[in-house]
Design a protein around this ligand. Structure first.
Ligand code: NAD
Length: 249
C-alpha cells in the first residue's frame, strides 16, 4: 500500500455503516488499518455481521448504535467512542414525492437525517479531533445537490447544505489540522437506490449519464479512503464526484 494511504493506528467512525456505501467505507477504512466504529440505527445484526467480516479479514471494528439525528444520542455515542481521527458522515434517507405533496413533516425528517445529523455528529466529534491535533471529516453528499432533481427537493436541499457545511468546517478548522471534504456520488446500487424500487422516470434519468450504469458502493468508498488518508493532505473544503460523469463542474 502507498504509505500515505495507510490509516494504521487511527480510529474512524462511519455513520449508517451497516449497509450500502457506509458498509463499503467501513471495510475500506479497516483494510487501510483503521479501527472502525460501525454506527447503525436498529440494524444490530447487519452491523455485527460487518464487524465479523472485518475481523475475519484481519481488521478491527466494533458497533455503536445511535440515531444520528438525535442530539442526545449523538452526544452519548461520542462519549462512548472517544476521539476519532476519521469521521465519515454517511447516514441518510431519501424520499421521492412531488413538491406540492411534500409535507412539513417530510421536510423536517429529511433535513434532520441528511443535514442536521452532520452538524450534530461533527459538533460532537470535532473536540476529540482537536485533542488529537488532527482529523479528517468526509461527508457524503450527492450529485443531486449540484443538479437538483424534480420530486426530490428536500433531499437535494439537505445535500447542498452538507456541501456548504463541509466548506465552512474546512475553513474554520484548517489551522488546527482538521480537514473536511465531501463526496458527492452519482447513482449507486444500494438499498436506497435500486433499479427495481425507483420510478421508471428516475431510472431513465439516473442512467442517462456518460457511463450509463449505477456505481458500486466500493467505488464511492475508494474516494472516501483517499479523503480520509494523508494522501489527500492538501485537500480541504473540496467535493469529489465519483458519479460516472453525471456532473462535470
Ligand atoms: P442505505 O440506505 O444502504 O444507507 C443509509 C444508511 O443510513 C442505512 O444503513 C440506514 O439505516 C442509515 N440511517 C438512516 N437514518 C439513520 C439515523 N437517523 N441514524 C443512523 N443511521 C441512519 O443507502 P446508501 O445508498 O448506502 O446511502 C448512504 C449515503 O449515500 C446516504 O447519505 C445517501 O444519501 C448517499 N448517496 C447515495 C446515493 C445512491 O445512489 N445510493 C447517491 C448519492 C448519495
Amino acid at each position: 500500500m502507498i504509505p500515505a494511504l495507510s490509516l494504521q493506528g487511527r480510529t474512524a467512525l462511519v455513520t449508517g455503516a451497516a449497509t450500502g456505501i457506509g458498509r463499503a467505507c467501513a471495510v475500506r477504512l479497516a483494510q487501510a488499518g483503521a479501527t472502525v466504529w460501525i454506527n447503525h440505527l436498529g440494524q444490530a445484526d447487519a452491523a455485527a455481521a460487518l464487524v465479523r467480516d472485518i475481523v475475519a479479514a484481519g481488521g478491527r471494528a466494533q458497533t455503536i448504535e445511535a440515531d444520528v439525528s438525535d442530539a442526545l444520542a449523538v452526544q452519548r455515542m461520542a462519549e462512548a467512542v472517544g476521539a476519532v481521527d476519521v469521521l465519515v458522515n454517511n447516514a441518510g434517507v431519501i424520499q421521492e414525492k412531488p413538491f406540492l405533496d411534500t409535507t412539513e413533516a417530510d421536510w423536517d425528517r429529511l433535513l434532520a437525517v441528511d443535514l442536521k445529523a452532520v452538524f450534530l455528529v461533527c459538533r460532537a466529534f470535532v473536540p476529540g479531533m482537536l485533542s488529537l491535533g488532527q482529523g479528517a471529516i468526509v461527508n457524503i453528499a450527492s450529485d443531486l445537490a449540484l443538479l437538483g432533481r424534480e420530486r426530490y427537493a428536500p433531499y437535494c436541499a439537505a445535500k447542498a447544505g452538507v456541501i456548504a457545511l463541509t466548506k465552512s468546517l474546512a475553513r474554520e478548522f484548517a489551522s488546527q489540522h482538521i480537514r473536511a471534504n465531501a463526496v458527492a456520488p452519482g447513482p449507486v446500487a444500494t438499498a436506497m437506490v435500486s433499479l427495481e424500487h425507483m420510478s421508471a422516470e428516475w431510472v431513465e434519468k439516473e442512467l442517462a449519464i456518460p457511463q450509463h450504469r449505477l456505481g458500486a458502493p466500493e467505488e464511492i468508498a475508494d474516494s472516501v479512503l483517499f479523503l480520509a488518508s494523508d494522501l489527500s493532505r492538501f485537500y480541504t473544503g473540496q467535493v469529489l464526484g465519483p458519479n460516472g460523469g453525471s456532473v462535470m463542474p
